[in-house]
Design a protein around this ligand. Structure first.
Ligand code: BGC
Length: 742
């Protein structure tokens, strides 16, 4: 009876002939002689998948485990490319087609114009799961409006290992718990729109350089407590139904053929019920993948076209093929693909642009604000110089498969990286216009920054100068350095020199950064304010203006450490492949010491620490106390109680961050983030807060990975609990300690 559910699907999914057959078949199934009402249909996705599987021929099954071929338009419809991938439906059985679309920061380009959200890392910088839910809802609803039903999203690679990674903007930062929780909120919201959510790239796809030949070498404990933990949280908290395995190898085995990653960990330890698909062409063999736990080849059938023969010969068991199909079907039932027909319709562009703006306003991070330079006073300021980064017209967006074609049309620039196929794309949102709109009486003038002297002259004759700088990022490239690189102009501008020249001309220089991730700031001491805007999204212009003028009070906190130099990174230079084919080792000897844990363990002082971010108001934490309930067998936990007060003069939000220092004998990082809460407060207001850290949470906050015992384990010894607003010993309060007995 599944096919009746699809009557309302557009003809594109079920062409006329097939639809007639479905309806006829369904109509014939009800018998007037029936004495007993039929049992209610099962709602259990596994039972429904099994019932469907029982009706399928071998050919039906094989069709589901690989991408469709565009030249074989069996059912007469074309693949909506831009979709990125497609699995033909089965009209006879009422199985809908799968239309796969990228969408890490909005529906991907090619499908059509869509709301370009601020970078996913900007959303992580909100430290706010309700903002993450909004983020996922925009992606989910717009995918549905375009008739897509599988999202190739959920990028949670811990690029804190390699912050020069060109895909940093797609990820959620360097901490496995923060990244895992933000990602899970995105995926849950997407699946709530009856889209199969995805999580990728499983696993250790932490650099783009040589991504198809890089062999990530990491020990089990280091992996479980870092990248794998971020995936585990996503899998468990969101009930995600698809996982994309990555191009690279891990410990010598391609990830899409890696029995330990796919069968032991993902499907075994984490009990992942959905299906594993390859990253695009990330398979090298017909047999190795399926036997290691791979369920679907994308985007076509390079190797799986021989899968039928492999099953006949017994090199892949029939039970494995059945399980592959079962997993895909159960994912479809789980999110409602059979039960909730999609209606293709225009996206709610205006409403979603407003959400994008809110997401930017909650995720931008104020890094510097000397002498209360910001917010600018719209009533008194008379002249403003806006300089650089095409801030008179556009805002920058991230490139690669996550590229969105912004509503209103993207503007493309030069192609900067010869080995990289992406093109710089701008969204039509003008920071300068938005600044002028908020300060209608001020003279707002623009210099494009190509001539540093001209920019400095304009700055000298203005009350304040706002310099926009950028560091673009894209799939297919890593930046050679965290230093600002101008990828966006045909004749590159030396942006560091530009900032210095402007700052020398005007002490009221504000820098707005539109970047993939962390950048170096050799000019930091010369400027009075710095706002990290990331790639600010569809309404980036108005969002940045609101933040600069205090219409919105910055409340973002860094989800990734900003190093002071490339030399501080575990690998000062990104490992490069010897050629395009020979696997090469990337030794993750830092293990679980990713990002701030690396900096803490090495005693390094970053430019800005993880968790850092300023506000236009001030907060104090008082009366911090610790209680624990660790003897509880059902719900062991500890609680940090405190009062938070907004001691300034404007409303704002503070993030209270709880870090845990593990017993010294366990040799863990000095501190790990285990809990947080974002709290909005009116000026003068105070609130009592309790943050509970639950040992049963999917993040295993109090445990270490015991490789010998193959389990998360609560170690004996003394634990120290810290509270504050950034990972910085100078500012963290030691709330107390508790001891776990041997
Ligand atoms: C990327 C994936 C993406 C896929 C389909 C690959 O190149 O690594 O993230 O989902 O293409 O576009």
């Amino acid at each position: 009876m599944e096919n009746t559910q699809n009557r309302a699907r557009p003809a594109r999914f079920f062409p006329a002939l097939a639809l007639t057959a479905i309806l006829a078949g369904c109509g014939g199934s009800s018998s007037s002689n029936q004495q007993q009402p039929p049992p209610p249909p099962s709602t259990d996705p596994d039972q429904r998948a099994d019932a469907m599987l029982a009706q399928m021929t071998q050919a039906d099954k094989l069709q589901m485990v690989m991408g469709g071929v565009t030249t074989n338009l069996t059912y007469g419809y074309s693949v909506p490319f831009g979709a990125g991938g497609w699995v033909p439906g089965n009209p006879n059985l009422g199985i809908p087609s799968l239309y796969l679309s990228d969408g890490s920061v909005g529906v991907s380009a090619g499908v059509g114009q869509a709301t370009v959200l601020p970078s996913a890392i900007a959303n992580a910088a909100s430290w706010d799961l309700s903002e993450a839910t909004k983020y996922g809802t925009v992606i989910g609803t717009e995918l549905a409006d375009y008739g897509m039903n599988v999202n190739l999203g959920g990028n949670v690679n811990l690029i804190g290992r390699e912050p020069r990674d060109g895909r940093t903007f797609e990820t959620k930062g360097e901490d496995p718990i923060l990244a895992g929780k933000i990602n899970a909120a995105h995926i849950s919201a997407i699946q709530a729109e009856h889209i199969i959510g995805g999580i990728k790239h499983f696993s250790f796809n932490d650099q783009e350089s040589g991504r198809t030949t890089a062999n990530a070498v990491i020990d089990e404990r280091g992996g479980r407590e870092s990248d794998l933990l971020a995936f585990e949280i996503g899998v468990k908290d969101s009930n995600v139904q698809s996982v994309m395995c990555s191009y690279n190898l891990t410990n010598g085995v391609y990830d899409c053929e890696n029995n330990h990653l796919l069968n032991d960990i993902l499907k075994g330890d984490w009990a992942f019920p959905g299906f594993v698909m390859t990253d695009w062409w990330a398979v090298t063999d017909t047999v190795a993948g399926p036997n290691a736990g791979l369920d679907q080849e994308q985007p076509n059938r390079q190797y799986f076209s021989s899968l039928g023969a492999a099953v006949t010969s017994g090199s892949v068991p029939q039970s494995r093929l059945d399980n592959m199909v079962h997993r895909i079907l159960r994912a479809m039932y789980q999110v409602g693909l059979f039960d909730y027909p999609q209606t293709i319709q225009p996206i709610p562009a205006e409403a979603d642009a407003k959400i994008a703006q809110e997401i930017e306003e909650t995720g931008a991070v104020l890094l510097e604000n000397s002498n209360g330079q910001l917010p600018l006073n719209a009533n008194t300021i008379q002249s403003i110089a806006v300089i650089g980064s095409h801030a008179n017209t556009w805002v920058l967006t991230g490139g690669g498969s996550a590229q969105v074609d912004p509503v209103g049309g993207g503007i493309t620039g030069p192609q900067p990286c010869p080995p990289c196929w992406a093109t710089v794309t701008w969204a039509p949102s003008s920071p300068m216009q938005a600044i002028q709109a908020l300060a209608p009486n001020a003279q707002v003038q623009y210099a494009d920054g190509s001539d540093a002297n001209a920019a400095a002259n304009l700055a000298a004759s203005s009350q304040a100068a706002i310099v926009f700088v950028n560091n673009w990022g894209s799939e297919g490239m890593d930046q050679p350095t965290l230093g600002l690189t101008d990828y966006v102009d045909t004749t590159p501008i030396n942006q560091d020199a530009l900032v210095s020249a402007v700052a020398a001309a005007n002490p009221h220089t504000i820098v707005v950064i539109e970047s993939d991730g962390p950048v170096l700031m050799p000019w930091l001491s010369q400027v009075s304010a710095v706002l990290e805007a990331w790639f600010p999204g569809q309404n980036g212009g108005p969002a940045i203006a609101d933040l600069l003028f205090g219409v919105a009070n910055p409340s973002g906190k860094l989800p990734i450490t900003f190093p002071a130099a490339d030399s501080q990174l575990p690998r000062p230079v990104t490992p490069q492949p010897p050629d395009g084919v020979t696997p090469f080792n990337v030794n993750y000897t830092e293990g679980y010491n990713v990002g701030y844990k690396w900096f803490d363990s090495q005693g390094l002082t970053p430019l800005f620490p993880f968790g850092f971010g300023l506000s236009y108001t001030t907060f104090t934490f008082t009366n911090a106390s610790l209680a624990n309930n660790l003897s509880s067998t059902s719900s062991p936990n500890f609680q940090v109680a405190f009062a938070l007060t907004n001691t300034g003069t404007v409303a704002g939000s503070e993030v209270a961050e709880v870090y845990l220092g593990m017993p010294a004998a366990l040799n863990e990082p000095p501190r790990r983030l285990v809990g947080w809460q974002k709290i909005p407060l009116q000026p003068g207001a105070s609130q009592s807060i309790t943050i509970e850290v639950d040992q049963n949470d999917s993040s295993h906050p109090l445990s270490y990975w015991d490789t010998g015992g193959n389990a998360w384990t609560l170690g004996a010894g003394t634990y120290t609990v810290y509270l504050g607003d950034q990972d910085n010993v100078a500012t963290l309060t030691t709330v107390g300690t508790f001891t776990v007995a041997q």
